[in-house]
Structure formats: structure tokens, C-alpha cells
Design a protein around this ligand. Structure first.
Ligand code: PGA
Length: 253
């Protein structure tokens, strides 16, 4: 079975005390995961080492950075390199979140560079894509998201592509409480898998986990995750509440 993933995206939230408390709540008696299930905490940079220590010894629990630089190293004040993340044992990195694209002007081309760096250091990118409301209202979301994939991913080999995780996050559903229906999520995920299959073949496309993100909660996760092409979720708000995130982990297939 394809990897099923519950990924917490804390964004720019929590003090260190709150972060530790949340991780303690989730990891004191962690949910036992099946071999194909994974839980990932995408935490702010200052808490990466703390989170690493906390997940240590818990099978299939991992830590992700929320971003990285598109430069390898050097005079880029304030940036964090993939090499640094690799050197502290971080396994995953979220790339291309819509907030990075919107507020920090990250282009598909810059994201392609970040993907290359991440893969060259053996980190697994969680590549985010998704359309704004205007595109959804115009009914052109399939082509829009397809373009994001083409411009950031299609230079990768099939072997490299098989290593990444994709997160489909319609921007109109992020932090708005307005979730895509399970049907809308499945429709897009199926489309994305078909786009990958056309470029890389069905076998490769079938390996890539595609997560849904956008107002996933304990109460709606089961229905969304039940769809055949939805392989879990990238969760913002609800990942900050231990009880809610536990329910989301429970909803994994
Ligand atoms: P949300 O955020 O769950 O708060 O909508 C999801 C995300 O941005 O990854």
C-alpha cells in the first residue's frame, strides 16, 4: 500500500514551552502506526532539534522543516540550507506552501532548485500545490495545478519523483474552515496522479503519496482520507490541538 501520512504544519505558531507540551501530549503514548503509516511534524526552525529528540525511538514519526534556501551555502543572511537540515538529521522538508508562494514570492522555478537540493541531500520534499479561489471559480484548477507540477517537478527523473510527497492544498480551503469536499479532493488527486502517470508511467505515479491540505480536522479527516487517491493530510490549525491531531492520525487508512 502507498505510504499514508499525517503531517502537522505548525506554521509560525507556539512558544518552545507550548511546542514541548504539544509534542509530549502526542508522544507520551503515541499511536502505534502500521508499516505504511507515517506521522510528520513540520515545526519552526528553532524547534527542529527539540522535535527530533522527542520523536526519537518512535517508529514512523519524523520531523520536517517548513522551508529551506534554494542556495547551497554562503552569504545569504537569515536563510537555512538543506545541508544544515541534513546535518541535524531532518528527513523531510515542506516546499512551495502557498503562504511561501504568496508572501515570499516563491516561483515554480525557485522551487525546482529547492527540490533538487533536498533530493541531493536525501531529504524528502513535501511539495505543495493548489489553486486560488478565482481559478477554482473559473473552473480552470486542473490546468493551473498541472502547470505547478510541470514547472517544478518534471525535470526530475522517475527515480527522483518516486521519492517525493505531494500535498494538494486549494488556497481557498487553507485556514478558512472551508474544506474541499472529499469528492473535490479525490477528483484533483486523481487528476494529479494521471498527470504524473502521463509523464513518468503508472508504476511511478502509483508510488507517490498525495496529501490533501486545507481545513482538515479530526471531524472530517476520515471521510477525506477514505478516498482512493488521498493518502493523508497536511494539517495546519488542527495540528496544534493534540486531541484533534490524534483523531487525524487515527483516520489514516
Ligand atoms: P489549515 O492549513 O489546516 O489550517 O487549513 C493547512 C496548511 O496550510 O497546510
Amino acid at each position: 500500500m502507498r505510504q499514508q501520512i499525517a503531517a502537522a504544519n505548525w506554521k509560525m505558531n507556539l512558544t518552545v514551552t507550548q511546542a514541548e507540551e504539544l509534542l509530549n501530549n502526542l508522544l507520551q503514548e503515541p499511536k502505534k502506526l502500521l508499516a505504511h503509516q507515517t506521522v510528520i511534524f513540520a515545526v519552526p526552525f528553532p524547534y527542529l532539534t527539540l522535535a527530533k529528540t522527542k520523536v526519537n525511538g518512535h517508529t514512523n514519526y519524523f520531523v520536517a522543516a517548513q522551508n529551506c534556501s534554494n542556495k547551497k551555502s554562503g552569504a545569504y543572511t537569515g536563510e537555512t540550507s538543506i545541508e544544515m537540515l541534513h546535518s541535524i538529521g531532518i528527513e523531510y522538508v515542506v516546499l512551495g506552501h502557498s503562504e511561501r508562494r504568496e508572501y515570499f514570492a516563491e516561483s515554480n522555478a525557485v522551487l525546482a532548485e529547492k527540490l533538487d537540493l533536498a533530493l541531493s541531500y536525501g531529504l524528502i520534499p513535501i511539495f505543495c500545490c493548489g489553486e486560488p479561489l478565482s481559478i477554482r471559480e473559473a473552473g480552470t484548477q486542473n490546468g493551473f495545478v498541472e502547470q505547478q507540477l510541470k514547472e517544478s517537478l518534471f525535470h526530475l527523473s522517475a527515480e527522483q519523483l518516486a521519492k517525493i510527497v505531494i500535498a494538494y492544498e486549494p488556497i481557498w480551503a487553507i485556514g478558512t474552515g472551508k474544506t474541499a469536499t472529499a469528492g473535490q479532493a479525490q477528483e484533483m488527486h486523481q487528476h494529479l496522479r494521471a498527470v504524473l502517470a502521463a509523464q513518468y508511467g503508472k508504476e511511478t505515479a502509483d508510488i507517490v503519496p498525495i496529501l490533501y491540505g486545507g481545513s482538515v480536522k479530526g471531524s472530517n479527516a476520515k471521510e477525506i482520507f477514505s478516498k482512493p487517491d488521498v493518502d493523508g493530510g497536511l494539517v495546519g490549525g488542527a495540528s496544534l490541538i493534540a486531541a484533534d491531531f490524534t483523531q487525524i492520525i487515527d483516520a489514516l487508512k
